[in-house]
Design a protein around this ligand. Structure first.
Ligand code: HEM
Length: 393
């Protein structure tokens, strides 16, 4: 009988063989000790994302469910989710995200320049983490003098390997919330031409025609959520991608010779090793699938990591192939009402990071055998990864 424990070290190192067995032998898996069900086939994961009425986000989207205690957008169900998302999307538009392109390119170039001066450097701490941390501050409009503290706190919140207890986590969260709250209060008194002020001034009508605005507290939570969501995922996707290129050198050569493949390569990086491995839900009614009944009120994990390697959907799913046509209904950015708000920005950051890296340092090397990995239930990626950039092209 297949056993699936998301906290197991061996599983964290390589979850894909376990996922294959889950898809084949137990497409609806019950993990009794940790009290959750898991769905692993592509078609089922997609359908569960679509059916938000049956698969509610309100109980939290992680196995632990601690996120349900914070008023985040990601744990809201309709009707609140709809107007909350409409409000935030009004401010963080694809245009606003796209306008960050020169900032991101300069940032990536300067980080690579610094790393190039070293014999060996840590690809995660000195590059992959720095990109989203600085980009998200720029997007929100965090003043320079507060960025270092925000970065320190966001990092601490997300780097859960340091054994910090719940109390410390809560204190860190409270400290970063206070900073965002301070910024919102400041902009109320002194409005500026910046996203924090726009959000204060924004309002939408809900589906009953009631005008909705966010309170100061809610805005502070939204900024914290954007910072965390934007930071954790991109910082994992970049190393996942370089490790894939190291394992499949033919794909690296292909991309260097044909930079036009870059957008497809970014999609393949996200399919091949998705940073967000699972999206948690809670069933609102009994659901019977493949002969198993998931009772109402059950924690149910939609295993995107498994779905993206489903041979029922993808040909040779364990092969990293940047010329693969990316399906429009992939779930690595989620799907349906909770689809990622930062898709545009994430793609931009990844395209620029890989574009500049491969153009300037086509022979870069990373040593995955010396990487350290975080064992987190929902995101997959390394915490440190020794790297050398090699000669500049
Ligand atoms: C490679 C990078 C990224 C990946 C793989 C990713 C993945 C995801 C996934 C899978 C979801 C859906 C979660 C669910 O259904 O429970 C999601 C939602 C979300 N993401 Fe991203 N994300 C990325 C980057 C970003 C960035 C850069 C931002 C911020 C600018 C962001 C902000 C959000 C927000 C706010 C939500 C919640 C949306 C909602 O509940 O309606 N993400 N993301």
């Amino acid at each position: 009988m297949i056993e699936f424990n998301p906290y197991d070290k061996a599983f964290a190192n390589d979850p894909y063989p376990v996922y294959k067995r889950l898809r084949d032998e137990a497409p609806v898996y019950q993990c009794a000790p940790l009290n959750f069900y898991a769905i692993s086939r592509y078609a089922d994961v997609l359908e569960a994302h679509r059916d938000f009425k049956t698969f509610s986000s309100a109980g939290g989207v992680t196995i632990e469910g601690l996120d349900a205690m914070v008023p985040l957008l990601i744990v809201k169900d309709p009707p609140e989710h709809l107007w909350n998302k409409a409000l935030i999307t009004k401010v963080f538009t694809p245009n606003r995200m796209g306008s960050l392109e020169p900032f991101i390119r300069n940032l990536v170039i300067s980080l690579l320049d610094k790393a190039a001066a070293k014999q060996e450097f840590d690809f995660v701490q000195e590059f992959a983490l720095q990109v989203p941390l600085q980009v998200i501050s720029e997007l929100i409009g965090i003043p320079e003098e507060l960025r270092e503290e925000i970065h320190r706190l966001t990092n601490k919140l997300l780097d859960r390997e340091d054994g910090s207890g719940l109390a410390e986590l809560a204190a860190t969260m409270a400290a970063s919330h206070e900073i965002y709250l301070g910024l919102v209060r400041d902009r109320r008194e002194r409005p500026r031409n910046d996203p924090i002020t726009y959000l204060i001034e924004s309002e939408v009508k809900d589906d009953e025609g009631v005008v909705r605005r966010l309170t100061d507290d809610e805005m502070a939570f939204r900024f914290g959520e954007l910072a965390a969501a934007g930071h954790e995922t991109v910082a994992k996707a970049i190393p996942n991608g370089v490790m894939a290129f190291q394992r499949f050198p033919g794909e690296r050569t292909k991309l260097i010779e044909n930079p036009g493949l870059l957008p497809g390569a970014v999609e393949e990086i996200l399919r091949f090793d998705p940073p967000s491995q699972l999206q948690g839900r809670t069933t609102t009614r009994d659901v019977t699938l493949h002969g198993v009944t998931i009772p109402a009120g059950s924690k149910t994990m939609l295993l995107t990591g498994a779905a993206m390697r489903d041979e029922r959907k993808f040909e040779n799913p364990d092969i990293f192939n940047i010329s693969r046509e990316a399906p429009i209904d992939s779930t690595y950015f989620g799907f349906g009402i909770h689809r990622c708000l930062g898709i545009h920005l994430a793609r931009l950051e990844l395209r620029i990071a890989f574009g500049e890296l491969l153009k300037r340092f086509p022979n870069f090397e990373v040593d995955s055998s010396r990487a350290t990995r975080s064992v987190l239930s929902n995101v997959r990626g390394v915490r440190t990864l020794p790297a050398r950039l090699g000669a500049q092209a």
